[in-house]
Write a protein that binds this ligand. Structure first.
Ligand code: SF4
Length: 367
């Protein structure tokens, strides 16, 4: 489930309209969600699902996958179906992949108006397809790929240029009655980025996806994102965040969650997460996850419990979870902090997890 938020937020939250990215509400009074993007070739379905498994276990709530080719577009139906968290298709250049992603069951589509040639002509069709499928669109403006018209007008990617590009694209969708939109206006300079989002926040009520582009290696990127997101979130601006690091995506999630926790925008509770299962799965992960969920219900501990479909990658993919099970061959490997501590028969998985959860809770000083 989605972790709860404190009753008294740091600032009055900007009032944004709410959209649904699959099962995750974004905007309105929904908790700020944390997302990341896979680094695998999307067409490599198993590798992508395995990375989604690791992201899910680390607390990622929404995942984005790049769709630069036809092979990637063809992989979307399986990835969207199997992922336990909503999948957003990231589309540049090719409007036809937008339709493919919507048809494939993706929870949302991200488009970059500066990068989609002849995109403007297609907006009506995209709006219709998206509306028919209840799929929101993220208008994702990037300083590095700003619409040439605006680059000429402003000379460079100023906050005004980024905002104008985003709102222009929104207006094209609005002409077709489509408002199921969230927006990002990313820049690599946190100062410009903060100014752009402030401006944008004043000029529309769409939910905002915060991001600093090319934030850099883990250390620098963490600082840039923490400063930029921190400034905006402390003003009540921002509905979903993605930390960009030149590091494994799981690191982005850790930083994102850390930022929200630092601002008191998130308190951890019990979270059951499960892998999407891939070609390796030896059990019905979903059923097992439901049983574990039921077994641990009511336990008030800030633990993330991962249910993974195989013993090959499960423990490794769930390294960032506190506790978990990797199942296969009628057995369950129980792991704590990514280390296998024991192996039990399938029938004892739930009771063993409860035991271990209680033990961890006691260690943490939780009653
Ligand atoms: Fe990862 Fe195994 Fe689940 Fe596949 S079945 S996603 S390898 S844990």
């Amino acid at each position: 489930g989605i972790p709860s938020v404190r009753i008294k937020p740091i600032a009055e939250r900007r009032r944004s309209r709410q959209i649904m990215v699959g099962s995750v509400p974004v905007g309105g009074d929904a908790p700020v969600s944390v997302q990341s993007m896979t680094t695998t070739v999307t067409a490599d379905i198993n590798a992508t699902l395995q990375q989604i498994a690791a992201l899910t276990a680390s607390g990622c709530q929404i995942v984005r996958v790049a769709v630069p080719s036809q092979d990637d577009a063809e992989a979307l139906p399986i990835i969207a179906k199997k992922s336990q968290i909503p999948v957003i298709a990231d589309i540049h250049f090719q409007p036809k992949y937008v339709f493919a992603a919507i048809e494939a069951g993706c929870a949302a589509v991200r488009v970059n108006p500066g990068n989609i040639k002849k995109f403007d002509d297609k907006v009506g069709e995209i709006a219709k397809a998206a509306a028919d499928h209840g799929v929101p669109i993220r208008i994702g403006v990037n300083a590095g790929s700003l619409d040439p018209r605006l680059l000429q007008k402003y000379g460079k990617a100023t906050p005004e240029a980024l905002v104008e590009s985003a709102l222009w694209e929104c207006s094209l969708f609005e002409e077709h009655g489509f408002r199921d939109i969230k927006i990002s206006v990313k820049h690599n300079d946190p100062v410009v980025m903060i100014q752009a989002y402030r401006l944008l926040a004043q000029q529309c009520d769409y939910p905002l996806h915060l991001g600093v582009t090319e934030a850099g290696p883990a250390f620098q990127g963490t600082i840039k994102s923490a400063v930029a997101f921190g400034a905006l979130l402390a003003e009540g601006i921002g509905d979903t965040i993605r930390v960009s690091l030149s590091a494994p995506p799981v690191e982005e999630i850790k930083v994102g969650i850390g930022i929200l926790e630092s601002l008191g925008l998130r308190e951890r509770g019990l979270e059951i997460v499960s892998c999407p299962s891939c070609g390796r799965a030896q059990v019905d992960v979903y059923t097992l996850a439901e049983q574990v969920q039921a077994g641990l219900e009511g336990l008030k501990v800030p633990l993330r419990v991962a249910v993974m479909g195989c013993v090959v990658n499960g423990p490794g993919e769930a390294r960032e979870a506190d506790l978990g099970v990797a199942s296969g061959n009628g057995k369950g490997q129980i792991f704590v902090k990514g280390e296998v501590i024991k192996t039990v028969p399938e029938s004892q998985i739930v009771e063993t997890l409860i035991e271990e959860a209680l033990r961890l809770a006691e260690e943490m000083g939780v009653e």
